[in-house]
Design a protein around this ligand. Structure first.
Ligand code: ATP
Ligand code: MG
Length: 470
C-alpha cells in the first residue's frame, strides 16, 4: 500500500490522473513574497515547528509552516498552533522524528512532539479526481475520504480559503502564495478557493469555518464565497455529529463566540446551520441568557482563563430544559423526576444532531440539577449543595441566570453570602430564607411544600420567568 501511495506522489503532474471537473486549475508556480512584504520573521515561529521544518529540509524534503499560523502571523494575531506541510510521506516523517506518531484515518498525519508542544505534519495532498479509488463521496457530494498525495501546488488548491493556503519557509522567511492569499490577507478578505458551491458540497463545514474565521479575524467574506451559504446551510446536517460538535466547540471557544454567533444569525445561518442556535436564539429570555454566557466565555478566553465546555453547553440548552421541565410539571410530574425527564429529552434531541460527549452530558446534568437544589434553602440542604463537587459551576450558572433577569437576584446574593458566611450566620440565613421575603419566595414555598420532589403543577408560572422558573 505504501508503494502505491509513493507511486501516487511520483505520478503527480504526469497528467495520468484526470483533474476533478470543478477543481480550480492548478497554478504552475507560486508567487514568492519576501519578508519585507509580509513581515513574518523566523523568530515568530515556535521552536518546535522550526525544528521540524529545519530537520525535514536537512533530509532533503520540502517543509513549510502552513495554514492558520501563517495567516494569523500575517494578520498580527498569535497563532493557536503550528502546522507543517511537507512532501515527505507520513512514514518518512515518522522515521525522521523519534518522538512522533502517525495519526488519523481520513487524513493520515504525523504528530511530532517537542517538550509540551506538538506540531502536526501533513503530506502534500491533491484535490481528488472523480472516480479515484482514494476519494469517496456520499450522495450529497461530501468527501468521505481523501488521501491522495500530490504536489505542493495541488496541496494549496485543496485547502479551503486563499488566506489558509500560504506556505512559510522559516529558513528563507519567504511566503509561497499559489492562489492570491497574500493580497486577501492584506485586504482582509475570506475567499474560497475554487467553486464555492462545489467546495461547500464536498465539505459543508467550510461554511462554518468561513463565518468563524471571518468573525475571529475581523475579515469580510467575499461576495462569491458568501452568496451560496444561506441556501446551502442545511447540508451542514449531513456532517457527522462528532465533527459538528468539534467545529461548534472551536467556534464557541474561539474567544469571539459573540461575534461568530451574531454573524451566523445576521446572515440567517443559525437555522439548521448550527444545531441549537435556532432554538436558543429565538426565545426572548433564553436569548439574553445565551448572549451573557457567550460574553463571559469570550472574556475568560481572552484573559487566558479556563472555560468549561459543559458549562457553556448547559447554558446554551438551559431554556430548552426549562421549557421541558415546566411542561412536565404542568402535567403533574413531581419536580425532580420532571427535571430528569427534561434533561434526558433535551440531550437526546441534541444527540441526533451534535454529539455532545458523555462526560460533558454528565456535568451538564449536574449543573442543571443544582439549579433546583440551590432553590432548596431549608434544613441541611444548603450544606449538601455546598458539598456537591459541581457546586461552583452550579452557583456560577445561577448568578448568570440572575444577571439575565430570569431569577430574582436575591437567590444569587443569598448563595454568594452563604458560601463564605460563618456557621452562626448560616443558620440564621437558612431560618430567614424560609420567611417570605417576596412574592417569588412565597410562590416557591407554596409549590415546594414539604417534600423534595414537588408534585404540584407549575400552573401559570410555567411561562413567567421568575425564581421558580428554574
Ligand atoms: P484555527 O486553527 O485558527 O482554527 P486553521 O485555519 O489553522 O484555523 P485548522 O483546522 O488548524 O484551521 O486547519 C489547518 C489548515 O488546514 C487550514 O488553514 C486549511 O488550509 C486546511 N483546512 C482545514 N479545514 C479544511 C477544510 N474543511 N477544507 C479544506 N481545507 C481545510
Ligand atoms: Mg490551526
Amino acid at each position: 500500500m505504501i508503494r502505491k501511495l509513493i507511486e501516487k506522489v511520483f505520478s503527480r503532474g504526469s497528467g495520468r490522473r484526470a483533474a476533478a471537473p470543478t477543481a480550480p486549475a492548478v497554478p504552475t508556480g507560486p508567487a514568492i513574497i519576501p519578508v519585507d512584504q509580509h513581515g513574518v520573521r523566523r523568530s515568530q515561529i515556535s521552536s518546535c515547528a522550526r525544528r521540524v521544518t529545519d530537520t525535514l529540509q536537512a533530509q532533503g524534503y520540502k517543509a513549510y509552516v502552513v495554514g492558520g499560523a501563517v495567516r494569523d502571523l500575517m494578520l498580527q494575531h498569535t497563532p493557536k498552533d503550528f502546522d507543517v506541510a511537507t512532501d515527505a510521506t507520513p512514514e518518512q516523517v515518522h522515521a525522521v522524528f523519534r518522538r512522533s506518531r502517525i495519526i488519523g484515518r481520513r487524513f493520515r498525519l504525523v504528530h511530532v512532539m517537542c517538550g509540551a508542544e506538538t506540531v502536526e505534519v501533513s503530506t502534500f495532498r491533491a484535490a481528488q479526481a472523480v472516480g479515484d479509488d482514494n476519494q469517496i463521496k456520499d450522495e450529497h457530494g461530501r468527501i468521505l475520504r481523501d488521501n491522495v498525495f500530490g504536489s505542493q501546488a495541488e496541496d494549496a488548491m485543496r485547502r479551503d480559503f486563499t488566506v489558509n493556503a500560504l506556505y512559510y519557509d522559516p529558513a528563507t522567511e519567504q511566503v509561497l502564495d499559489y492562489c492570491g492569499g497574500a493580497a486577501d490577507v492584506a485586504s482582509r478578505t475570506m475567499r474560497i478557493i475554487g467553486d464555492p458551491v462545489e467546495r461547500y458540497r464536498e465539505d459543508p463545514v467550510r461554511m462554518l469555518r468561513a463565518v468563524r474565521l471571518a468573525a475571529k479575524l475581523g475579515m469580510t467574506i467575499e461576495r462569491r464565497t458568501r452568496e451560496p451559504i444561506q441556501a446551502m446551510a442545511e447540508i451542514v446536517q449531513n456532517v457527522p455529529a462528532a465533527r459538528l460538535f468539534e467545529e461548534m466547540l472551536k467556534l464557541l471557544l474561539s474567544g469571539h463566540a459573540v461575534a461568530c454567533v451574531r454573524q451566523l444569525r445576521d446572515e440567517g445561518l443559525h437555522h439548521g446551520m448550527l444545531p441549537m442556535l435556532d432554538v436558543i436564539l429565538e426565545q426572548p429570555m433564553g436569548e439574553r441568557f445565551v448572549w451573557l454566557a457567550l460574553e463571559r466565555t469570550d472574556e475568560r478566553i481572552r484573559a487566558d482563563k479556563g472555560v468549561s465546555p459543559a458549562f457553556l453547553f448547559a447554558a446554551l440548552l438551559w431554556h430548552e430544559v426549562l421549557a421541558a421541565w415546566n411542561a412536565g410539571r404542568e402535567r403533574g410530574v413531581p419536580e425532580v423526576p420532571a427535571m430528569h425527564d427534561a434533561m434526558d429529552q433535551v440531550l437526546s434531541t441534541q444527540a441526533e444532531k451534535i454529539a455532545i460527549p458523555r462526560r460533558f452530558g454528565t456535568d451538564m446534568k449536574e449543573i442543571w440539577l443544582l439549579q433546583w437544589r440551590l432553590e432548596q434553602r431549608s434544613g441541611k440542604r444548603p450544606y449538601r449543595a455546598l458539598e456537591n463537587p459541581k457546586f461552583r459551576a452550579g452557583y456560577d450558572f445561577l448568578v448568570l441566570r440572575c444577571e439575565s433577569g430570569e431569577v430574582d437576584e436575591e437567590l444569587g446574593n443569598w448563595w454568594t453570602r452563604f458560601q463564605d458566611a460563618p456557621e452562626s450566620e448560616r443558620a440564621e440565613m437558612i431560618a430567614n430564607a424560609g420567611s417570605g421575603a417576596g412574592p417569588a419566595k412565597k410562590r416557591r414555598r407554596r409549590r415546594g411544600g414539604k417534600r423534595p420532589a414537588n408534585g404540584e403543577p407549575a400552573g401559570d408560572e410555567s411561562s413567567a420567568p421568575g425564581p421558580d422558573a428554574g
